[in-house]
Design a binder for this molecule. Structure first.
Ligand code: PBG
Length: 332
């Protein structure tokens, strides 16, 4: 870009920072409640809200409490909630059949939310890890995470969620060909308005650690997820993944994790101009909360600054555990 400002002293860039009013006039980005998708954890039982130790401020909620949280989210103006099940160990199997049971925790929660807050968009996670005896997102056969059989299972899971009333399907598994298979299955079963927000550029990241505790998958997981999730060293590959998923029918795309991958968010938005989301994942949240609890940083300011950073990078929205806190801040 050509320089467009005169040299000092004709130009004094500090003039545009001199007061809040002037800073507001020249501000390039803003944060709004419309930017928020709130990830929540569902567990069994009734009347339960239990804290997740590694994610201060985050709860696992029984379905009735999820419904209550959904009403509160809707009242705060949060547009969407995203469900993650904490599945009892006794329901984890080799064939992961619980994943497409119409009465699994996710599907029960979808119906409960839709009956009390019908206008709140409900997003789901599609991957086998909450139901898999070995904690992987796909079937494991002879030590290999097999692709095509997993995709078939993911399609069944997708249709069960769509039948329950999900608005947005969020495939987080990173298998090849899953977006096309899901799109086709949704089209042929009358679910043409169910959207897909693809976890298109999902990296094999250590930032997911607290989440795996939250959903009870860390104990189960054998090995790592590097044969399906992306290598953190790669950037061009992320663009190919986004392109691939858009071609297969994704309506929206996601980069995950968030803050350490803002360069990817920026390239994605710049290249494709499609609805682009980032997931500020559990480890990012835990780091901010831990430092704030120790009095080492101002947690509220960092929460807001991190959301602004996502907007500046080009994201249209962010999945963040801070969603209710941000919404409350914006409302005040
Ligand atoms: C499951 C899934 C994960 C997250 C979202 N969906 C964990 C993983 O891939 O191991 C992580 C979210 C977070 O860390 O907040 N496939």
């Amino acid at each position: 870009m050509k320089p467009t400002i005169a040299p000092f002293p004709a130009a004094r860039p500090r003039r545009t920072r001199k007061s809040e009013a002037i800073r507001g006039l020249v501000r390039e980005n803003s944060i709004s409640v419309d930017d928020l998708i709130w990830p929540v954890f569902v567990r069994d039982g009734e009347g339960i809200e239990e804290p997740v130790n590694s994610m201060p401020g985050v709860m696992r909620r029984s379905v009735d409490k999820i419904a209550q949280a959904a009403i509160e989210a809707a009242a705060l103006g949060i547009p969407a909630i995203c469900l993650f099940p904490y599945t009892d160990a006794s329901l984890k199997t080799e064939d992961c059949a619980e994943a497409w049971s119409p009465d699994n925790l996710t599907n029960k929660a979808i119906r409960a939310i839709k009956s009390v807050a019908p206008d709140l968009a409900v997003m789901t996670d599609v991957a086998l890890d909450p139901y898999n005896i070995n904690g992987h997102d796909g079937y494991v056969v002879d030590g290999e995470i097999v692709n095509d059989a997993t995709v078939e299972a993911l399609v069944k899971m997708t249709l069960a969620q769509a039948d329950a009333g999900a608005d947005i399907i969020g495939p987080s598994d990173m298998m090849d060909g899953r977006i096309g298979a899901m799109r086709q299955a949704l089209e042929t079963t009358g679910h043409h308005n169910v959207m897909i927000l693809s976890y298109a550029a999902k990296y094999a990241s250590a930032f997911y650690g607290p989440f795996r505790d939250a959903v009870g998958a860390s104990g189960a997981l054998t090995g790592d997820k590097k044969t399906y999730q992306m290598d953190p060293a790669n950037s061009n590959e992320a663009l190919r993944m986004i392109q691939r998923d858009l071609t297969e029918g994704a309506d929206m795309v996601m980069v995950k994790p968030g803050m350490p991958y803002l360069d990817i968010c920026h390239r994605v938005k710049d290249t494709f101009g499609v609805p682009t989301y980032a997931y500020q994942v559990s480890g990012e949240y835990a780091m901010i909360q831990a430092a704030a609890q120790n009095g080492w940083i101002d947690g509220e300011k960092i929460m807001l600054e991190s959301l602004m950073a996502f907007k500046r990078a080009g994201c249209d929205g962010v999945l963040t555990y801070f969603a209710p806190a941000i919404a409350k801040y914006l409302q005040a």
